[in-house]
Design a protein around this ligand. Structure first.
Ligand code: URA
Length: 212
């Protein structure tokens, strides 16, 4: 597994405002959107392309376009939805699948409650959107499912990661074609499974606490 932590002043600036407890939901959503686009730029560095020949108003020249099958973007509901627009802005022709996963707040175990994506992902490059790589349980389950369906490689885009979650992914997904792109790896996870210093509950900060 590869991990890429973006080292860029704009990323650090936006992340600092996201972390701030005084940042309201509309600002949090807008900054998440902007930050994801920056992360997505790095995450798509190896997106597959093919050579094409085109004619400019002046001459014939060689270029590239995204290959088929198109990449698949999979936000993990609920909080991953807040990352979808920022991602598809950069990859407008990508297909979008959905994975509903919830973690039990006592056991911290992840379980799947909804899956909407192709059964056969052979040859597909997949980008998974999950803002918080905390215990790693959700991402391990999601990435295993995608690779079992045939995905060639999977890139997880996370706003923040905890060292404990990164270690779980490294152990559980060893040898699999997986990359994690994140804005920062924080200090630790607390006893409730929250990233410290983190930014709190990403779903609540994006969407409020409806349903609690
Ligand atoms: N999920 C969140 O939303 N925040 C955390 O800190 C950990 C998991």
């Amino acid at each position: 597994m590869r991990i890429h932590v973006l080292d860029h002043p704009l990323v650090a600036h936006k992340l600092t405002t996201l972390r701030d407890e005084r940042t309201d939901s509309p600002t949090f959503r807008r900054l998440t959107d902007e930050l994801v686009t920056l992360l997505a730029y790095e995450a798509t560095r190896d997106v597959r392309t093919e050579q094409v020949e085109i004619t400019t108003p002046v001459a014939v020249t060689a270029g590239v376009k995204l290959s088929y099958p198109r990449p698949l973007v999979v936000p993990i509901l609920r909080a991953g939805l807040g990352m979808l627009d920022g991602m598809t802005r950069l990859l407008p022709t990508a297909e979008v699948g959905f994975l509903g996963m919830v973690r039990n707040e006592e056991t911290l175990e992840a379980s799947t409650y909804a899956t909407r994506m192709p059964e056969d992902l052979s040859g597909r490059q997949v980008y998974v959107l999950d803002p918080m790589l905390a215990t790693g349980g959700t991402l391990v389950a999601a990435i295993r499912l995608l690779i079992e369906r045939g995905a060639t490689d999977v890139t997880a885009i996370c706003l923040l990661a905890a060292p404990e979650g990164v270690a779980v992914l490294e152990k559980e997904l060893a040898g699999m074609p997986v990359t994690v792109v994140t804005a920062a790896v924080d200090d630790h996870l607390n006893e409730h499974g929250y990233i410290v210093p983190g930014l709190g509950d990403a779903g609540d900060r994006l969407y409020g606490t409806a349903g609690d």
